[in-house]
Design a protein around this ligand. Structure first.
Ligand code: OXD
Ligand code: MN
Length: 602
């Protein structure tokens, strides 16, 4: 069948955009092309259509106004890093930490899967801006997709619709994003990035991290590549403001591997025992930070997104009240438990579980159910998600639309480390701070495909998201430090240190404010510390521990620097650094040597 598209009625005069869409339509052969304007009416229309096909289920509108439910295919519930490729013309440019495919081969493979895959379907054209429309920080993308769920998610996560198209004008630059779910066959799933062509092709998946192309694919992988060329940083970081009683707000950017509590930290609520101090937290973003050096020689950051794509299990009024308030309306729930009366539930939600429901696999479920092997059957997938508008967050910062973002005073790296790594420490300087980021490690969690519980190195929490050679990325970080008049201070935190029996030593959640207070104190030069071989570590008396039921021994253990364990750690870092060969900056090799020397000297 030969389909003609009514190109003259398209709402753009951007010739290149039109040519590209025609090309992609000829490849995928959709029955129709719909240009998304981002309006309320359009949202309603798309929802109604998806309700009819079962792609979405409307939740009880009294309990969950504006909320819908979606289930992805059971084989498609997390990012598939092993099917994610950086397709640069040379393997060296992709580096040792990325899967690489030559661009010609990648296009050819994907073309075969995309070919005719949208027959009988509509291709939606989604123009979107990452960052406030028109901000010098922002980038525009256009995503083509055959999936209403994706359009509705992009509508929450990005600034999307006619205003973006207008900004693009007749010849504006944009990232070409093509997504098709094809037949959701895992063997025909590919998430391809072509940084040199400013292009992303994703096929065979319907899971958020693989298909909301503005997020990980553009705002991290493609953006990190562009950021190196253009002299800025695209990072997997939350951004939060801590307002002290005097009204001064210190903004902190934090990189943590997936599912390490980044969303919770970004929305932290001060604990009862610290309420009298009058701190307030302002959430700027929970996942991605784009940072530029401004005319003042300092680092400023925006959150390019407008929504949260957060992990549901474990979220409740205790762990994250702000998230629970945020998701009360206009939210898309994915792969959680659905009940007969169109209610939802997940493990770790407040209250009793429902008596029965349909679980993330679409199967009947009851609390306490076990499978043939005796394992508990979950209601919600551990990586089930909520997609909610950031504007609904009670702690939302009033600077999210500011086109220059916020001034960053501190950068915090962190990971899940049961042993060795203290609760918090500060780097000696920017270079040493880059070393802390480059050597970050964490236990693997449910947001990634693969074996859970394993420790893996995850530099700057960017291992799955760096769109080019990570050795060059480290060099870019080092170079950025040289360009700043007053670079942010760099810290490392670990909320997850355990005792001999495997119990967490630190209570975490709201109590993390005590650590942030010390970090801010270091920025303002009001907080004390002791010098250790790994950096500046607080003494127990440097932290405000009022009202915290934590023994002195536990606190000492949390702040303990075990030299033997650190010498082991240094050996592991050495092994890890070897994987970068000659791409590893000399400055980082020197940092490692200096650490080893400091450890041996004591
Ligand atoms: C995420 C992730 O979904 O990092 O944010 O996996
Ligand atoms: Mn993330």
């Amino acid at each position: 069948m030969f389909i003609t598209y009514n190109v003259s009625s398209w709402p753009t005069k951007h010739a290149q955009l039109k040519i590209w869409i025609i090309e992609m339509a000829e490849l995928c052969q959709p029955d129709r092309i719909h240009w998304c304007d981002g309006s309320e009416e359009e949202k309603k229309m798309l929802e109604q259509e998806a309700f009819k096909t079962g792609e979405l289920i409307e939740l009880d509108q009294e309990k969950w106004p504006g909320c819908v439910y979606h289930r992805t295919h059971p084989n498609d519930v997390a990012r598939t890093e092993h099917l994610t490729y950086i397709c640069t013309s040379t393997k060296k440019m992709a580096g040792p930490t990325n899967n690489w495919m030559p661009p010609d081969e990648a296009y050819k493979k994907a073309r075969e899967i995309f070919y005719g895959s949208m027959r009988g379907r509509t291709m939606y054209v989604v123009p979107f801006s990452m960052g406030p429309i028109g901000s010098p920080f922002s980038k525009i993308g256009v995503q083509l997709t055959d999936n209403i769920y994706v359009v509705l998610n992009m509508r929450i996560m990005t600034r999307m619709g006619s205003a973006v198209l207008k900004k693009l004008g007749t010849n504006g630059k944009f990232t070409k994003c093509l997504h098709g779910k094809a037949d959701l066959d895992e063997k025909k799933r590919l998430i391809l990035h072509f940084p040199e062509d400013n292009t992303i092709w994703s096929v065979g998946s319907g899971y958020g991290g693989n298909v909301l192309l503005g997020k990980k694919c553009l705002a991290l992988r493609i953006a990190s590549y562009l950021a190196r060329q253009e002299g800025w940083l695209a990072e997997h970081m939350l951004i939060m403001g801590v307002e002290d009683p005097s009204g001064r707000i210190t903004y902190i950017a934090g990189a943590f591997p997936s599912a390490c509590g980044k969303t919770n930290l970004a929305m932290l609520i001060p604990p009862e025992s610290m309420k009298h101090k009058g701190y307030r937290i302002w959430t700027v973003g929970d996942d991605i930070a784009w940072m530029r050096i401004d005319t003042d020689g300092r680092l400023w950051a925006i959150n390019p997104e407008t929504g949260f794509f957060g992990v549901a299990p474990g979220t409740n009024y205790n762990t994250n009240r702000n998230a629970m308030e945020t998701i009360k309306k206009n939210t898309i729930f994915t792969n959680v438990l659905l009940t007969k009366d169109k209610n939802i539930w997940w493990e770790g939600m407040d209250g009793e579980p429902p008596q029965e429901g349909i679980n993330w696999e679409g199967k009947p479920w009851r609390p306490g159910m076990v499978d043939k092997k005796g394992n508990i059957v979950l209601g919600a997938h551990p990586n089930s998600r909520f997609t909610a508008p950031i504007i609904q967050c009670p702690s939302i910062s009033n600077r999210i639309e500011h086109h220059h973002g916020v001034l960053i005073d501190a950068i915090v790296f962190g990971g899940r480390r049961p042993h060795t790594v203290p609760l918090v420490y500060e780097s000696f300087d920017w270079k040493h701070g880059v070393f802390l980021g480059a050597t970050m490690a964490s236990e693997r969690t449910a947001a990634q495909y693969g074996k859970q519980g394993e420790i893996r190195r995850d530099p700057m929490a960017m291992l799955p998201f760096c769109g080019y050679n990570m050795g060059m990325y480290f060099q870019h970080w080092l170079d950025m430090g040289k360009k700043m008049e007053k670079p942010p201070k760099i810290f490392h935190v670990n909320w997850f240190r355990t005792d001999k029996d495997g119990n967490y030593l630190w209570p975490g959640f709201g109590e993390n404010l005590r650590v942030l207070e010390w970090i801010i104190g270091r920025c303002l030069k009001t907080a004390g510390a002791r010098i250790t071989p790994i950096g500046y570590v607080p003494r127990p008396e440097d932290l405000d521990l009022t009202g915290l039921s934590l023994s002195r021994e536990a606190m000492e253990e949390l702040l303990y620097v075990d030299k033997e364990a650190w010498l082991e750690e240094a050996k592991e870092i050495e092994r890890f650094f070897k994987t970068f060969g000659s791409d590893l900056p000399m400055e980082l090799k020197n940092e490692l040597k200096a650490l080893q020397e400091r450890l041996m000297k004591e």
